[in-house]
Ligand binder design. Structure first.
Ligand SMILES: Cc1ncc(C[n+]2csc(CCOP(=O)(O)OP(=O)(O)O)c2C)c(N)n1
Ligand code: SF4
Length: 248
């Protein structure tokens, strides 16, 4: 029988620890497929974050390094500058990237570091118990905003893609989602494009991926996908915010 589905070479056999319905696993797979298709597994180096994806280094079948909270872009910068022929990516959640690591990602983008970032926006801190993140929507309840995020008190959620797209050094900025199959396929294209841009040496690339956290949203996996669609897409519109074509 013809094999039509297999584990990407760029993934290890390790069983994932993510909660049922969490889309971190899908995003891992998309990145691994892109690495395989571009045939760069042996020269790829990934940087894992803190947060639920801290164990990313166990799932990607390439060299991996772990970085302290938010520092993945700085670590990736060092790796890429000393190994310019390698393909270097960071994989970061919104607590990691948009909170403590906000300065790191802004400056890596502004400097035009030739790295690629996969930014997983699930609108909450997952690993530490569902606290409010810089990406938590106005009105969204979390363990630290049990009455819903109040913008008059804690301000507004940060639209990371829109913010980074204002920086000259950012060559490719896109926001995608993984709430259904057509969007998963589009997300894959964007992730692959980000790596291709790095391989061509064009500069900094980032793909923001809207993701779910059924556990801390207090919803079933299916309801979480619905919630993402109904609540996140409006404030976080999908699309390419900056492309190499525009930068010319
Ligand atoms: C310097 C520092 N501050 C705080 C923490 C605690 N911490 C670990 S993971 C995390 C939140 C991660 O959330 P996010 O990046 O959104 O990833 P998710 O778990 O949702 O995938 C926090 C606050 C830490 N490890 N180090
Ligand atoms: S806590 Fe949330 S982000 Fe973390 S693995 Fe579970 S569902 Fe995913």
């Amino acid at each position: 029988m013809k094999k039509v589905f297999d584990r990407p070479q760029a993934m290890t056999e390790k069983q994932m620890h993510y909660c049922p319905g969490c889309t971190h696993g899908i995003i891992h797979r998309l990145l691994a497929e892109a690495i395989d298709e571009l045939n760069v597994r042996e020269k790829t180096i990934g940087v894992a974050p803190v947060g639920c994806a801290v164990l990313a280094y166990e799932y990607f079948n390439c060299d991996m390094q772990q970085a302290a909270h938010g520092r993945a872009p700085a670590v990736a910068t060092g790796i890429k500058r000393t190994n310019p022929d390698n393909v270097v990516f960071t994989y970061q959640g919104d607590g990691d990237l948009a909170s403590i690591g906000c300065a790191e990602i802004v400056h890596a983008a502004a400097r035009g570091e030739k790295i690629s970032t996969i930014f997983v926006n699930n609108a909450i801190y997952g690993m530490t118990g569902g606290q409010m993140a810089p990406t938590t929507l106005v009105g969204q309840t979390t363990t630290t905003s049990p009455y819903g995020r109040d913008s008059s008190h804690v301000g507004y959620p940060i639209q990371v893609s829109e913010m980074l797209a204002t920086l000259q050094g950012a060559v490719y900025v896109a926001r995608v989602s993984v709430h259904d199959v057509p969007h998963i396929l589009k997300a894959k294209k964007a992730i692959k494009k980000a790596l291709e841009i790095q391989i061509k040496g064009l500069g900094f690339s980032i793909v923001e991926v809207l993701s779910t956290c059924p556990t801390n949203w207090g919803k079933t996996p299916l309801d979480s996908l619905e919630w993402l669609q109904q609540n996140m897409l409006e404030y976080y519109p999908l699309g390419e915010y900056r492309t190499p074509e525009e930068g010319k």
